[in-house]
Design a binder for this molecule. Structure first.
Ligand SMILES: Nc1ncnc2c1ncn2[C@@H]1O[C@H](COP(=O)(O)OP(=O)(O)OP(=O)(O)O)[C@@H](O)[C@H]1O
Ligand SMILES: [Mg+2]
Length: 348
């Protein structure tokens, strides 16, 4: 049974189409992410799944049951909102127990289930603390425990890490990932943070202007972006205009390159996308295929690497080198481009 299937979902606010024919399926035990820029319709889609937003068209099924017209509290869903919504005047225990009290679960069972949920998020021992006495990361985990305590079939998470500082966000990302796998949770996750999406997700749907524009594993999305939008939005990429020479070859301002994924007919205008880390930088011309010559325009030290901006003909190509690399502006260099690291995109 498919835990969640969304088909032909549409939602407009006035004459603005916020969600436009969105469809996807989330498999058992998967963390499926909607990734896209602000305003692309992620939260609206999530709220429709939760039953908090009535769609104009489309069908939502949970475990094969059509819930499109089912009210939110009758859907078997746990939700973590961007603002965790921890009640400050209530203890940790009371916060986590609340959904079970509403569902009139017997007291003894509540105690057991709350203990288990708090232990799962490593908050056992904090039961009697007040909500206000928790750090941002602890509040986030408590929100997760509160969503898990009812053991929902499906967990919805809307930018759950966006309120945390960078360091804590990274730690919670790892913790959330192992927790989700440990407990076998099926989750629909929403974020505009591409690094978060790449590191957490089983699969990603990239959204733009109310539509899903590409779906795939994090690797597929990163290494084989299907459009300029995805290549640009996910990670840093070199985008260079070119012309297809025939299957498997493209011509750019820097000369002709083998491009394994090129299927465009000869003469077609294309956009060549190459990730910075796939370029090897040489200080002598290497005896190899797929080499372009250039000159370092500027270098930027960013801690874990130096980013070299290399002028290649009319274009600037970015490459990342180890921080101790002896590179300087004005150096003449050669970049080797692996043929299978070149994505060939439609320029439109
Ligand atoms: N209740 C509403 N009334 C009017 N317009 C709305 C309403 N809710 C959302 N919108 C609009 O619909 C679009 C999509 O909103 P949504 O909240 O789904 O975006 P999002 O992808 O979650 O963005 P963000 O990353 O900023 O949270 C936005 O342009 C937003 O202004
Ligand atoms: Mg949102």
């Amino acid at each position: 049974m498919t835990p969640l299937a969304v088909a032909g979902l549409r939602k407009a606010f006035g004459d603005f189409q916020a969600v436009d024919e969105v469809g996807f399926e989330v498999r058992e035990g998967e963390l499926y992410t909607l990734l896209g820029p602000s305003g692309c319709g992620k939260t609206t889609t999530l709220r429709a799944v939760a039953g908090l937003e009535q769609p104009d068209a489309g069908r939502i099924t949970i475990d094969g049951v059509d819930v499109t017209a089912t009210p939110p509290h009758r859907r078997d869903i746990g939700m973590v909102f961007q603002s965790y919504g921890i009640w400050p005047h209530m203890t940790v225990f009371a916060n986590a127990a609340f959904p079970l009290q509403v569902a009139r679960v017997p007291k003894r069972e509540i105690a057991e289930r709350v203990e288990r949920a708090l232990a799962a998020v490593h908050l056992d021992g904090t039961e009697s603390r007040m909500g206000t006495q928790l750090s941002g990361g602890q509040q986030q985990r408590l929100a997760l425990a509160r969503a898990l305590v009812r053991r929902p079939k499906l967990l919805l998470l809307d930018e759950p890490l966006s309120n945390l500082d960078a360091k804590l966000r990274q730690a919670m990302r790892a913790e959330l990932s192992s927790l989700q796998k440990e407990l076998g949770i099926t989750a629909l996750y929403v974020t505009h943070d591409q690094a978060e999406a790449l590191s957490l997700s089983s699969r990603i749907a990239v959204m733009s202007a109310g539509r899903i524009v590409q779906e795939g594993s994090p690797r597929e999305i990163y290494q084989r972006p299907a459009s300029r939008f995805v290549a640009d939005f996910v990670g840093t990429t070199n985008l260079v205009p070119g012309t297809a020479v025939g299957e498997g070859r493209v011509r750019t301002g820097a000369g002709e390159l083998a491009a394994a994924s090129c299927r465009a007919p000869a003469g077609a205008r294309v956009l060549v996308a190459i990730r910075p880390e796939s370029l090897a930088l040489h200080r002598e011309e290497p005896a190899a295929e797929n080499v372009v010559a250039g000159e370092i325009d500027r270098i930027m030290f960013v801690g874990e690497c130096v980013e070299c901006h290399v002028r290649v003909g009319e274009d600037v190509w970015i490459t990342r080198q180890p921080p101790e690399s002896p590179v300087a502006a004005g150096d003449k260099v050669w970049l080797r481009v692996p043929a299978d690291a070149v994505s060939v995109l439609d320029p439109a």
